[in-house]
Ligand binder design. Sequence first.
Ligand code: GLU
Length: 385
Amino acid sequence: MSATATSSPAKSARPEWAKARRIVVKIGSSLLVDHAKGALNAAWLESLAADMAALKKAGKQMIVVSSGAIALGRHVLGLPRGVLPLEQSQAAAAVGQISLASAYQAILKSHGLTAAQILLTLGDTEERRRYLNARQTIATLLGQGAVPVVNENDTVATSEIRYGDNDRLSARVASMMSADCLVLLSDIDGLYTAPPGRGTDAKRLDVVRQITPEIEAMAGSAGTELSRGGMVTKIEAGRIALSSGSNMVISSGKITHPLRALSEGAPCTWFLAPSDPVTARKRWIAGQLEPKGSVEIDEGAEKALLSGKSLLPAGVRKVMGTFERGDAVVIRAADGRELGRGLIAYAREDAQRIIGRKSGEIAAILGHAGRTELVHRDDMVLSKG
Ligand code: GLU
């Protein structure tokens, strides 16, 4: 057994689950859709919605990443079984996504929850500018108490710009939203050392702290997952989640009330991140991005920043360099001291026109509405503290 993994019977929920404030739940087609009938497994979804309502009541924010569009749509269109050519799966998704979204809307509504549909492509989560937009929209929905229901925008995503599996998409969403926890509901209750059932000594791992070649090898052999992703993409999801500070758990969705089961300490495999999402994001902004320019701010803005506020255009005296919206910039005091770094919400040309002005004037100056903040505090890392 690797030093990075342990196995023992689980008794109660892990503290990481109890403490999680923002949770992404990934639901695969094999759980949600009865493939023989091409119908939604409504009773199961009902039980999941009840669990989500309970978690929301306990103060947690919930994001769903749900597959099922293609599985539902192919039945309606009478498409054959097996792997579909791209254009047919896109057509199936176009039909199925409507049913999927309306099922979520109805079932969540019956639990007092508002569903919000978000369809993403690879570029929305990979390109910083688009990523910041998606992040802001989802954050706004969460702030309004809604439950974002995310899927890949399969009807427009062609192979080269496509995830193709919602395991990795859900990990990108967890990373983009700085979620504390990503739950992959699966048809198996965790990662096993060998294919369960076939060997006598296959053990489920309780905790994985690092994705080692040994862990990857286990994923390669545990081919029990029926949906598109399999265990290999779950491990890739784990790599994405862990590097952005989100914990991940693989647990069984083969039971009703699968999230309540997690709260009650059901068997599962936890992938524990070495740091939290805020620290991981700050490290990324401060250390990994090459700054494309800088902004010089006044004393009032410096005080505001030090007290935890965002940088507004009004407090900026000068902008330097050539940057696009979403690029990293250095924030400097009037005497040149580096105060911090952050992702800027405007390209150089627009920033130049709105500095020194009130945020309320932005729309009139630029001719279109934009962000109130030049650098939002969540996108900023101060040099001190
Ligand atoms: N996005 C696809 C769908 O909704 C599913 C991808 C997956 O199975 O992971 O049908």
